[in-house]
Design a protein around this ligand. Structure first.
Ligand code: 5AD
Length: 348
């Protein structure tokens, strides 16, 4: 198995069958080697820098009914809220003071957030914080909308593809949502000049290891600037409440594989990873991750952005605990960068 890790490190690629073997491996020596190489490649490209993103969850309303997600429209128990312009601006103000230089506006697909609402918000942030990056994560929108939001000052867009398999996609989403539409959105975003993030859940219901190979192949084609992956975690008010969650080990292995296949990618140690293990985030950082996205939403609404059970939003997940997060990052062997943290080959 160490031979395959060696090959992945040297060439940045493997055949489908070889990838399957590495994804499924249960070999301590090879896992340690994967970790070592992932960290080496991450340090070669980004040094010991960790980039922070302040995550502002602007709405828990969603018109979609994805089977895995706690804020699906069919969940009548979900607590709904939306932030207004002043709320969002005060989150940014707070975040700027805490040292954040990227603001991520994330939310369910909430029809309330029209272009007419968002454009002045984005241009307001752009004007007030010219040294900050603005990232959007607001789901599928029209090309026209993506263009307006880009022109208003947005720099990046996160839209996980969720799975590259049309069959699996249709098992995780209601009829009417298609993988094709999602992929079209990702390519449009790229063409419009956004730095783009794609990604998927690890251990989603019905997902096979072959599906994960398909995800990696899709990512090789799309060449996103950012890749977000985290374990699937069941939510009690969804059709998948009794499904098994994704494993820490498999998630870490995939993070290492992704770092070797995509040396320059921005790779967050996600909240879901920090939720399934108290040291998940640090272990992610030691396996190729270079981004952490603490929660900058108003404390009052944090519990309501409830994508999955036990989602952490306090302690180091909370933006206001930046100091203790920074200490953890330092003790894991890295440091917090004060830069915007753009993709390294942004001009290519
Ligand atoms: N477990 C883990 N991740 C989830 N997401 C949504 N629901 C869950 C869940 N139950 C992820 C999806 C989505 C992102 C915002 O959160 O991948 O794209």
């Amino acid at each position: 198995m160490t031979g395959l890790i060696e090959k992945l490190y040297q060439t940045g690629n493997l055949s489908d069958e070889e990838l399957l073997e590495v994804i499924a491996m249960n070999d301590d020596e090879a896992s340690a080697l994967l970790r070592k190489y992932a960290d080496e490649v991450r340090q070669r490209v980004y040094g010991k820098k960790v980039f922070l993103r302040g995550l502002i969850e602007i709405s828990s309303y969603c018109k979609n009914n994805c089977l895995y997600c706690g804020i699906r429209c069919g969940n009548k128990n979900a607590q709904r809220y939306r932030l207004d312009r002043e709320d969002i601006m005060s989150c940014c103000e707070n975040g700027y003071e805490l040292g954040f230089r990227t603001f991520v506006l994330q939310g369910g697909e909430d029809p309330f957030f029209t272009d007419d609402f968002l454009v002045p918000v984005i241009s307001g942030i752009r004007e007030k914080y010219p040294d900050c990056a603005i990232t959007l994560s607001l789901g599928e929108r029209s090309r026209e909308s993506y263009k307006k939001l880009k022109n208003a000052g947005a720099d990046r867009y996160l839209l996980r593809h969720e799975t590259a398999s049309p069959e699996l996609y249709s098992k995780l989403h209601p009829a009417g949502m298609t993988l094709k539409n999602r992929i079209d959105c990702l390519y449009e975003l790229r063409e419009l000049g956004y730095q783009v993030g794609a990604g998927f859940m690890v251990g989603a219901p019905f997902q096979t290891l072959r599906n994960i190979v398909e995800d990696l192949r899709f990512l090789q084609e799309l060449k996103p600037h950012m890749i977000g992956i985290g374990p699937f975690i069941p939510h009690h008010d969804t059709p998948f409440s009794a499904a098994e969650g994704g494993s820490l080990q498999l998630t870490l292995r995939l993070l290492g594989i992704i770092r070797l296949m995509f040396p320059e990618v921005l790779l967050p140690a996600t909240t879901a990873l920090g939720t399934i293990a108290p040291d998940g985030r640090e272990r992610g950082l030691q396996t190729g991750c270079n981004v952490v996205m603490p929660n900058l939403s108003p404390v009052m609404v944090r519990k309501k952005y409830d994508l999955y059970d036990n989602k952490v939003s306090s302690g180091e997940e909370a933006a206001e605990c930046r100091d203790s997060l920074e200490k953890k990052i330092i003790s894991a062997g890295y440091f917090v960068s004060d830069e915007r943290g753009d993709h390294i080959s942004i001009n290519n």
